[in-house]
Each structure stands twice: as structure tokens, then as C-alpha cells.
Ligand binder design. Structure first.
Ligand code: HEM
Length: 216
């Protein structure tokens, strides 16, 4: 909060204390637990499918030293997209207001001005949207022809429109670099207590995730 307080305007046009508190809630949640959740999900899927080996090759063969690691990691990026699809960070969905005249959504008539949420899990795990929706397949993001029928436009982990995630560029880069450096430094394996249905979790603001891996 130090930079926020230091840079706040003092001429009456700055943020009020309640406004700062409201934003702090969002930034702390988004910048910590949401990002950590997708990191945990990516590592879990890489380890549980064995695809970590491909990610290791990309990271350890491409860069000569840890300080040289950049976000230019196409395979890891596809792994990250696929983790967003299987385990979207915005669990409860995005809040949207139905236009005043009402709208038909999924063959249901919703009266105007109703507050609704679109649930990413419902779309991303639907067979009408993605082939083999419950399988973790990073290749679908590489233009693999087997997945040409995937409805990619439905995939909006950072939401869509004017109020989409203010930080998606930062979050994408941060997560790729953190995963890459974990892969560079550690040989990881799933903890024995991590079952095959680890991602079957309760979701509130974020996922109620449990510890998933140990350093070996
Ligand atoms: C994997 C990481 C992240 C994902 C998937 C994500 C996803 C989202 C989504 C879906 C929204 C729209 C919420 C809504 O419409 O109700 C959003 C908004 C927002 N996110 Fe993120 N986010 C991530 C990381 C971050 C980080 C790291 C920050 C800040 C450090 C951040 C700051 C924000 C802010 C300030 C908004 C509100 C923007 C507005 O209302 O104009 N997010 N994010």
C-alpha cells in the first residue's frame, strides 16, 4: 500500500480511504491467491500427466543459465492456457447485468437488469465447446487439427470488454517465469496425498485448493 498512499492526490481529487480499502481487497486477492491458484493448477496438471518432461526440455535446453530465462516459452504458454481452461481462476464467474430489455441466454428468458454471472467452468468443461473437455491437452492451443472444433472465443480467463483484468499481461508473464524457474531449479513430483481428482474442489472467490507437491 505504500506507493498507493504515497502517490495519492491530496487536493481532494485522490482516492478516499473507503475507495483505497475496496481496491486493496481486489488487488490483494487478484495479485496473490488468484495467481497462486493458477500456478498450483499448472504444476498439478504437468505432474499428473507427465507433460512436465516436455516442459523441462523446453526450459532447460533453451536457456544456458537461470538468469537468462525469458517468457519466450511457447510450450509452457500452451500449458498455462490449458490450466486456465481446466481450472479457471475466476471460479465464481464474472458478474454481468442483463440489458434493460431482457435477453435470452441458453434458451432461458432473463428479465432486464437482472444481475447474473457466467461460469467459466461450465463453458470450458462443456463437450459442445471443447473436444475431450476433461483432459489436459496443451496441444489444442498449438492449432492441432484434432481440436479444430474447439470454440476458442468462449475462452476468456481474464474476462472480456472494458472491465477485463487490468493485469493480464503481468499475470501471464509472471506465471510463466515462476513456473519456468521452478522447473529450472527443482525436480518435482506429486505428493502421495494428492489424489487423481485434486481439481475437484470447492470454489468460493478462489479455489479451496490443498497442498499438491513436495520438493524432491
Ligand atoms: C492468473 C491470474 C489472473 C486472472 C485469471 C485474473 C482474472 C480476472 C478476471 C476474470 C477479472 C474480471 C472480474 C469481473 O469481471 O468480475 C479480473 C479483474 C481484475 N484483475 Fe485480474 N486476474 C489475474 C491476475 C491479476 C493480478 C496479478 C492483478 C493485480 C496485481 C489483477 C488485478 C485485477 C483488477 C484490478 C481487476 C478489476 C479491473 C476492473 O474492474 O476494471 N489481476 N481479473
Amino acid at each position: 500500500m505504500s506507493p498507493v498512499l504515497k502517490n495519492n492526490r491530496t487536493d481532494g481529487k485522490g482516492l478516499s480511504k473507503p475507495e483505497i480499502l475496496a481496491k486493496a481487497w481486489l488487488i490483494v486477492n487478484a495479485g496473490s491467491e488468484i495467481t497462486a491458484g493458477i500456478l498450483g493448477g499448472t504444476i498439478y496438471y504437468l505432474l499428473s500427466t507427465g507433460l512436465i518432461r516436455k516442459a523441462i526440455i523446453e526450459v532447460r535446453e533453451k536457456f544456458g543459465k537461470e538468469s537468462g530465462i525469458t517468457a519466450q516459452l511457447p510450450y509452457l504458454l500452451a500449458c498455462l492456457w490449458e490450466a486456465h481452461r481446466m481450472y479457471p481462476a475466476g471460479v465464481v464467474g464474472q458478474a454481468v447485468d442483463v440489458p434493460p430489455q431482457g435477453a435470452a441466454i441458453c434458451e432461458c428468458w432473463i428479465p432486464g437488469n437482472t444481475g447474473i454471472r457466467d461460469n467459466q467452468c461450465a463453458s470450458y468443461r462443456s463437450k459442445t465447446m471443447f473436444k475431450n473437455p476433461d483432459d489436459y491437452i496443451p496441444e489444442r492451443w498449438f492449432g492441432d487439427s484434432k481440436y479444430a472444433s474447439d470454440q476458442r472465443t468462449v475462452f476468456q480467463p481474464f474476462a472480456y470488454g472494458a472491465r477485463n483484468c487490468i493485469s493480464k499481461g503481468l499475470a501471464n508473464m509472471e506465471i510463466r517465469l515462476v513456473v519456468a524457474r521452478m522447473i529450472w531449479n527443482f525436480d518435482m513430483e506429486l505428493g502421495k496425498e494428492t489424489g487423481p481428482d485434486w481439481d475437484d474442489q470447492k470454489g468460493y472467490m478462489t479455489w479451496a485448493e490443498e497442498a499438491t507437491y513436495h520438493q524432491v
